[in-house]
Design a protein around this ligand. Structure first.
Ligand code: HEM
Length: 520
């Protein structure tokens, strides 16, 4: 409908009865809205955007742009192909005309992730998704609030603190090794080993480790298959598919919807969501989050109780939450007016550690085992030596980064946007022609273009980079060395091609079945 027609309708409306007047005004409002949407979605990216001349794939579907290709493809792979075709700056149009730019050069990354990080926050849609699982913790706060929170938390993740925790890993690791042995020995032909869903077992061992190291809580999900926390996370991670993610983004884009999804009211009325195809997964999400919040609240209550006991063994507790609770108490007692986290913020840290700290490490380990299962020579070499372990860990995290991509939103007029972890990690211009192959030896002879901050971004970099990086590395080394020393891993069947989910993390869709044998 043209603007002239709208004006004509408006002048007619002035001479009509109230009912007709209402109808005409509604018609005008709908027409204006329609024109606005048509301009944003169709006309702007094609004919008006200052970015329209930049190289990139075709604009794609008139409404979804390239979004369906991205969400249905393997995480980061469509983008990797575009970078090969169009170079280090690529423009991609997503749903409803949203434009994204991908930058790969270190100068751009330095600007977005480090120099101007406050002006490049995680975009609102991403923070809304994360806050539905991790609350308002480090992953979702921005600017000054983030600076204060991170400053308060950094000491708890220092190397001496983490090293003091390393003995906490051995209980769960020993338990996992014993379970795998028992499973294999129960087979008719134990020498042939057994096909086991390794991602599931790794999810349990990393959950038990994070509960112990972050909260001093023994979840023991390895021995207790009905463990409430493990079950809730299993359900939550199974929702991580591209189409579910697309539906979730559509729901939380409605103003007020993300607050509603986090409310008690939504949990109490979750059965309503089951009635519609596009909201069905929300019911599972609400149910899982309710359980996770209950267990988290109980863990936190225990920590708070510890902190008011005058002198006890609580002073010596080395888990992250005990350290944070003690630091907060010292801040409050000192009355110096320093930053002290509120009770809600403490609760959200519990959710953040659980959400960010176990599925990531489990995916990292599962993909490492897969790459080793396909490369028996490296597997054997690793078994024989301890030193190549470092190179191997870096290589598997480079090739299959558990968090394959992230985004930043320009908070000022500027043209820098997406940060595609997996694309950068496997960029041929940086890593050479074999960039997409698994080759642990490359870490012994790095290419001249290698940049220690920006060439492998599995943990990102800068003030929003992963606070748990050292913890994850120590943990992965401990789990991997115990598993490789005691077991051999092979693909479960000929032609096996595991697929990662295309959502937040690289969880393997099939839970990574592998044939596991005891080392002779
Ligand atoms: C292999 C394991 C891990 C990988 C690959 C990983 C990767 C990442 C990445 C890429 C980010 C940045 C996300 C973004 O900006 O969009 C991040 C942030 C974060 N990670 Fe990790 N992570 C791992 C393990 C952990 C662990 C064990 C913890 C804690 C217990 C943790 C806690 C966090 C937190 C709190 C943030 C937000 C940091 C901030 O914004 O200040 N992560 N992680």
């Amino acid at each position: 409908m043209s603007p002239v027609l709208i004006l004509r309708l408006a002048s007619q409306a002035a001479t009509q009865s109230p009912i007709h007047l209402f109808g005409s005004i509604s018609g005008i409002v709908i027409s204006v809205l329609f024109l606005r949407v048509f301009y944003n979605v169709y006309l702007y990216p094609r004919f008006r955007s200052p970015l329209r001349h930049l190289p990139g794939p075709p604009l794609g579907h008139p409404v979804y742009g390239q979004f369906l290709n991205i969400i249905n493809g393997e995480a980061g792979i469509p983008q990797r192909e575009w970078v090969k075709q169009f170079g280090p700056i690529v423009r991609v149009v997503g749903p409803i005309g949203i434009e994204r730019l991908m930058f790969l050069k270190p100068e751009a990354l330095q600007k977005v992730l480090i120099n101007d990080w406050v002006e490049y926050p995680r975009p609102a849609f991403m923070r809304k998704i994360l806050s539905s699982v991790t609350g308002n913790g480090l992953l979702t706060v921005t600017g000054n609030e983030h600076k204060q929170m991170r400053k308060a938390m950094n000491p708890a993740f220092s190397l001496p603190n983490l090293m003091a925790q390393s003995d906490m890993y051995y209980g769960p690791i020993e338990a996992l090794s014993n379970i795998l042995r028992t499973e294999i020995d129960a087979e008719k032909e134990p020498n042939n080993g057994k096909v086991l869903l390794m991602y599931e077992w790794l999810g349990k061992v990393t959950l038990d480790i994070i509960c112990e190291t972050a909260f001093g809580y023994q979840s023991d999900s390895l021995h207790n298959p009905r463990n409430e926390l493990a079950e809730a996370y299993e359900r939550l991670t199974s929702l991580q598919t591209g189409p579910n993610m697309a539906r979730f983004i559509a729901v939380i884009s409605v103003p007020g919807a993300s607050k509603l999804v986090e409310s008690e009211w939504a949990y109490n009325h979750r059965h309503w969501f089951e009635k519609f195809e596009h909201t069905r997964h929300l019911s599972s999400l609400l149910e899982s989050m309710h359980r996770i919040r209950n267990v988290s609240a109980a863990m936190l209550r225990e920590k708070m109780r510890d902190s008011i006991v005058p002198i006890s063994d609580s002073e010596t507790k080395r888990d992250i939450m005990s350290i944070l609770v003690r630091a907060r108490k010292a801040d409050l007692d000192s009355k110096a007016g320093g930053y002290a986290m509120s009770d809600e913020a403490m609760m959200d840290q519990v959710l953040t550690f659980l959400g960010a700290g176990h599925e990531t490490t489990a995916s990292g380990l599962a993909w490492t085992l897969w790459l080793l299962a396909k490369d028996l020579k490296s597997q054997q070499k690793l078994r024989e030596e301890v030193t190549p372990l470092v190179g191997l860990r870096d290589e598997s995290l480079r090739l299959m980064p558990p968090v394959p991509m992230t985004f930043r939103e320009a908070g000022k007029t500027d043209y820098i946007d997406g940060v595609l972890i997996r694309v950068i990690n496997t960029w041929k211009e940086l890593w050479g022609e074999d960039a997409e192959e698994f080759n642990p030896a490359r870490w012994l002879n790095l290419p001249p273009e290698y940049n220690s901050v920006f060439s492998s971004l599995s943990f990102l970099a800068g003030p929003h980079g992963c606070i748990g990086k050292t913890m994850a590395i120590v943990e992965m080394k401990a789990v991997l060395s115990a598993l490789i020393a005691n077991f051999e891993f092979e693909p479960a069947y000929a032609g096996q091609v595991p697929q990662p989910t295309a959502a937040v993390t690289m969880k393997p869709l099939d839970n990574m079945p592998l044939r596991v044998r005891r080392v002779k």
